[in-house]
Design a protein around this ligand. Structure first.
Ligand code: IPM
Ligand code: MG
Length: 366
């Protein structure tokens, strides 16, 4: 019998509701496999700040340090509410970035996937979706502008200024590119390299390293595309993409666009992988406007569980069952409110109902 410790950080806003559904799914997996999941809940984000004065308190750090994997809900407050917390203690700067740094989770995988039969969720025309969208964004997660030196001050002329640095060293670039090349060679053997080398020196170095590495992956075809052009291409022709690799900030922006072309950020789970530790989280925020209303889409959180099963616990078959169970629920015509469109005949169900239906479908698999 395997025993895995999971740190469960439900987070803010809709976090606790969607986490609850994800844990139901985990229970089903536990009930029929030779495995136990020890769930250790801990405060993380704004909720932790208000309780302890720290968005990533020591107790939570200890729980995460001891865990085999971390399941993390979305964090953050509305723009207005955020102002109640000092800038450096706000959940993003005070909890999320320190967690990414602490566990050096440099490789962020964000699948953007929509089968043909769910094309009606997308704002794109069915002919653009064709046989379906199935790409994965590989985002560098612990470098670049997010983690570079930051400075604000007042210049001699009395004007306020800010300076933020986009920093990478060659090992950081090589590590993320290696992940992307490997993934591409396991998938369709096409790697889209997203860059901005016509302006940014960081992209020039990035591309140089990519060129040095490419001969080690002779089966992978590299396609270079500027980040701005990639944004357009994601709308006009998303099916050309399979694996897309990019630095931190580009990945933040294009992955939200990924949610846009699917029809909802609620369809965006992710895995954040380091050499020693991995954590799993939806790519989206905490949606304070719909928190507590039982209407959030738990797909991204349940999908994050699927990614955890596969990456941290070597349970690829059960991971697939979880994905399939969610597709079954959609296939039966159900979805949460984020995916409804005026005039569509989608049957809107609540967060809890969605979770229950996934559990039901999952019990019929495996
Ligand atoms: C994401 C989020 C975070 C990021 C925020 C919450 C700091 O937008 O994971 O994409 O910018 O990385
Ligand atoms: Mg983001």
């Amino acid at each position: 019998m395997k025993n895995y410790k999971i740190a469960v950080l439900a987070g803010d806003g809709i976090g606790p509701e969607i986490t609850r559904e994800a844990l139901k799914v985990l229970k089903v997996i536990e009930s029929r496999n030779d495995v136990t999941f020890e769930l250790n809940e801990a405060l993380f984000g704004a909720c932790a700040y208000f309780e302890t004065g720290d968005a990533f308190p020591q107790e939570t750090i200890d729980t995460c340090d001891a865990a085999d994997a971390i399941l993390k809900g979305p964090i953050g407050l509305s723009h207005e509410e955020s102002k109640k917390i000092p800038v450096d203690k706000q959940p993003e700067r005070g909890a999320l970035l320190p967690m990414r740094r602490r566990y050096n989770t440099y490789a962020n995988f964000r699948p953007v996937s929509l089968p043909k039969k769910l094309a009606h969720f997308s704002p794109l025309k069915p002919e653009i979706i064709g046989e379906g969208i199935d790409l994965i964004i590989v985002r560098e997660l612990v470098g670049g502008l997010y983690f570079g030196n930051k400075e604000t001050g007042v210049a001699e002329d009395g004007k306020r200024y800010v300076r933020e640095t986009l920093e990478y060293d060659e090992d950081q670039i090589r590590n993320i590119l290696e992940q992307a090349f490997k993934l591409a060679s396991r998938r369709k053997k096409v790697l889209h390299n997203i860059h901005k080398s016509n302006v940014l020196k960081s992209s020039v170095l990035w591309n140089e390293i990519l060129e040095e590495m490419a001969p080690d992956y002779p089966d992978v075809k590299v396609v270079n595309i500027l980040v701005d052009a990639a944004a357009t291409a994601l709308c006009l022709n998303p099916t050309q993409f399979d694996v897309m690799v990019m630095e931190n900030m580009f990945g933040d922006i294009l992955s939200d666009q990924g949610g846009g072309i699917l029809g909802s950020l609620g369809l965006m789970p992710s895995a954040c992988i380091g050499n020693e530790k991995a954590y799993y989280e939806p790519s989206h925020g905490s949606a304070p406007d719909i928190a507590g209303k039982n209407m959030a889409n738990p797909y991204s959180m349940i999908g994050s569980v699927a990614m955890m099963l596969e990456n941290s616990f070597d349970m690829a078959d059960e991971a697939k069952n979880v994905w399939d169970a969610m597709q079954n629920v959609f296939g039966e015509g159900y979805s949460t409110a984020d995916l409804s469109k005026p005039g569509s005949d989608v049957n809107i169900i609540s967060t809890v109902e969605f979770g229950d239906k996934v559990v039901e479908a999952l019990k019929n698999k495996g």
